[in-house]
Design a protein around this ligand. Structure first.
Ligand code: ADP
Ligand code: ZN
Ligand code: ZN
Length: 719
């Protein structure tokens, strides 16, 4: 009898074995998809290894494979190895790891490639059509514009418009074009500055290595990524550029296409399943393309990966925060190593673990902008909020500064790390406050939507007209969110044109693009917003940046809160004085003498990061000592703690230090009680070994049946 091990998209740490016929032994290989029975259903699975023989008398214990879906491995050796590495490193079930890496169409059995991929080309007639000819058929005009200069795969175009164009003889279908590696369709190059060119020359061009490229936003990092990508594409290689957010991709994509022509594709969760599948297939066919993508793009089936760039590498969004908690940045390094390709990590404010690796000489360290080494700006001032009478959350001196910049025709950016009107709604008479029924958290008052919203579980409630506890008729907001600050500023400066940028107003597609254009045109005097203002946007008209309420990060239970605060402040402060105007940055705080805040403001991000690294070393925290969390949550108030208690015994028996279990800083969220166990060992190998040796036993604990649990290796937060 012959058996094959199959990974199935279920939270199981062990694979399942299925029977195959002797004739299938050579046919079924690792990385192929099979259909197998599971309970009373049939599911899709991935073959993990070649067949092995087993005792014939055990035959009744195994079910046969129902169907084999591929004639060659869908997932090649390198990708299977990287997936297995990730399952081992993150201690997550391999079936779920593989599922995360596959576009949903392939998980449902779609063929690996279309029979003959169809591409849409302009005919000569189509090429001769003037741009404004199809004014009354905008979809067709857009499709025609898309094809100018470069054909497109059928799956990438608006099919209705395309069919109409084919009927008119303006387009035709054909096989995929032969890509000219010399770059007949390459775009317009720009000339790098001598500083950029020097970095470009110094960066490794081949062979595996990791380089940190540190430079403030606007220092020209992206142009370096694109210049190097052009070189790699000419050599027939594939390039991956990971970016933190979909929001950033449209501008970046447009720029990349300008430089590299049609050799640029995107890959992110905002795309349709069909578009994701099409992109996957092009990479699988080995086309030399630059992929601009978010986290999941790290799993594309590259065949000739020549280089990886990770932009804003410190960004928390590279770490998946639930289920399979992987870091796309770290997996990118693993995949590049397999291809013997260089990796570049770009940031103005590198993550502590990246700086640690650079200080230990594991990563090379390049700097692009001399300014990056200085303090965030000579003109950064602290506004001491102690004992001040705040109006609309602002001290009189910050309010005056805003007023005078607006009066003088400057633009002001005001950063508040809180959306909504007020983070709490209180009764002054009895002390009642609006709390979430499912979480240990206060509800945020969203005045505009006339509701109370829990930012942790999404629960929504009407605003009570009177105190539910004592019946008092007046409930008062406490604290300030973006809505309330916007309102207060408008009252102070009735003439000012104020715009707000937070996830509440920016939900609509294109909203950010519109606002950005308004700010660039000078139609906005004051821009009030949350961290979305910190990311890669350049507003040359901004002459004053105000930063309000970052204090709580200095006292957070999250071990990474201070690091993130430093990154945020540096990035936001970097928005000032980009244009001809000299910029002023005012940071309002109640703890102006906090040593880490002082370090950041007086000496800049690098000195601040060094101080934090020292503190982490003293406290035996990452990156000095590796950390994994075992997280558990349960509907029952005690089950999570009981489970982690039992898991701790198993881990300690394997030589890991297990601290806790402790209730999570937010103990109840979305109706579940949460707890965590900190698992450490000064040696990463020993930590990994202890986790590997315990996970299956942990999974089998009777206590495990009453909880949701998972391992979080290198956690992005400890909340
Ligand atoms: P970063 O990625 O560090 O934020 P970018 O590469 O986006 O910086 O550069 C900021 C701006 O400067 C962009 O508009 C970019 O096109 C422009 N720029 C950068 N380098 C050059 C160059 N060598 N020549 C012309 N424009 C450049
Ligand atoms: Zn009351
Ligand atoms: Zn809640």
């Amino acid at each position: 009898m012959y058996l094959i091990p199959v990974a199935i998209n279920r939270p199981m740490r062990t694979h399942l074995d299925y029977r195959i016929a002797r004739a299938q032994v050579d046919q079924i290989r690792r990385g192929m998809r099979v259909r197998v029975p599971l309970g009373r259903r049939e599911v899709l699975g991935i073959v993990l290894d070649q067949a092995r023989t087993a005792q014939a008398q055990d035959q009744h214990r195994y079910k046969p494979v129902s169907a084999v879906l591929d004639d060659a491995p869908l997932l090649g050796k390198e990708l299977m190895d990287s997936l297995q590495w990730s399952a081992d490193y993150y201690h997550h079930p391999i079936g779920e790891v593989i599922a995360a890496a596959l576009p949903s169409a392939l998980r449902q059995g779609a063929p690996r490639q279309e029979e003959a991929p169809q591409w849409l080309y302009l005919t000569d007639e189509g090429a001769a059509v003037p741009e404004d000819k199809l004014r009354r058929a905008p979809a067709q005009a857009a499709c025609l514009a898309q094809l100018r200069g470069t054909p497109a795969p059928w799956s990438d175009v608006d099919r209705r418009a395309a069919r109409a164009l084919i009927d008119k003889g303006l387009c035709r279908l054909g096989p995929a074009p032969e890509m000219d590696p010399a770059g007949a369709d390459s775009g317009r190059a720009i000339t790098l500055t001598s500083e950029q060119q020097a970095v470009c020359d110094a960066l490794p061009h081949s062979g595996f290595s990791v380089s940190l490229l540190q430079g403030v936003t606007g220092s020209g990092k992206t142009e370096i990524y694109l210049a190097q990508a052009a070189e790699d594409l000419r050599a027939g290689k594939q390039v991956l550029l990971l970016v933190p957010e979909i929001g950033l991709t449209p501008q970046l994509l447009a720029r990349a296409r300008e430089r590299l022509g049609g050799r640029v594709i995107s890959y992110h969760s905002g795309m349709t399943d069909a578009a994701r599948l099409a992109a996957w297939r092009r990479i699988d066919r080995g086309e030399a393309l630059l992929v601009v993508g978010t986290r999941s793009a790290v799993w594309l089936p590259f065949t000739a990966l020549g280089r990886v760039w990770v932009d804003e590498e410190h960004d928390a969004s590279f770490k998946q925060q639930d289920g399979f908690r992987y870091s796309a940045r770290d997996v990118a390094v693993v995949r590049a190593r397999a291809f013997d390709a260089p990796v570049g990590l770009g940031s103005a404010t590198p993550a502590l673990e990246t700086l640690h690796n650079a200080r230990q000489q594991r990563y090379r360290h390049f700097r692009l902008d001399a300014r990056a080494q200085d303090a965030p700006g000579a003109d950064l001032h602290v506004v001491d909020a102690r004992g001040q009478r705040l109006r609309g959350g602002l001290t009189p001196s910050l309010a005056r500064a805003i007023q005078s910049h607006v009066t003088e025709g400057g633009q002001v950016l005001l950063f508040i790390n809180r959306r909504g009107y007020a983070p709490a709604l209180l009764c002054r008479d009895c002390g009642w406050s609006a709390t979430c029924k499912a979480c240990d958290a206060r509800m945020t008052w969203h005045k505009q939507h006339r509701s109370l919203l829990c930012h942790h579980c999404g629960a929504r409630q009407a605003v009570p007209a009177q105190c539910p506890s004592c019946g008092a008729s007046e409930l008062r907001p406490a604290g300030h969110g973006t809505e309330r600050i916007e309102e207060a500023l408008q009252a102070m400066l009735p003439q000012a044109r104020i715009a707000r940028a937070d996830s509440d107003v920016m939900q609509r597609a294109g909203a950010w693009q519109e606002l950005r254009a308004q700010v660039l045109r000078g139609d906005v005097d004051i821009l009030v917003g949350t961290q979305m203002l910190a990311k890669g946007h350049d507003f040359p008209g901004i002459s004053l940046v105000g930063i309000v309420s970052v204090d709580q990060a200095l006292f957070s239970a999250d071990i990474r809160a201070t690091e993130r605060m430093g990154q945020l402040v540096t990035q936001v402060a970097g928005r000032a004085g980009r244009g001809r105007r000299a910029g002023t940055v005012l940071l309002q705080t109640h703890v102006p003498d906090h040593p880490l805040l002082r370090r950041l403001l007086d000496e800049g991000y690098d000195a601040f990061a060094d101080a934090l690294l020292e503190e982490r070393t003293t406290n035996a925290l990452p990156p000095a000592v590796p950390l994994a969390l075992l997280r558990a949550e349960s509907v029952d108030a005690t089950a999570a703690m009981a489970f982690l208690e039992a898991a701790a015994q198993l881990l300690r028996a394997q030589g890991a230090e297990a601290i806790g279990p402790l209730p999570a800083p937010m103990m109840r969220r979305a109706g579940r009680t949460r707890a965590q166990l900190w698992v450490q060992n000064p040696s990463r190998a020993a930590l990994q070994q202890a986790l590997a040796a315990s996970c299956t036993a942990i999974e089998r604990l009777p206590e495990a049946r009453r909880v949701r649990w998972g391992v979080d290796v290198d956690p992005a937060d400890t909340l």
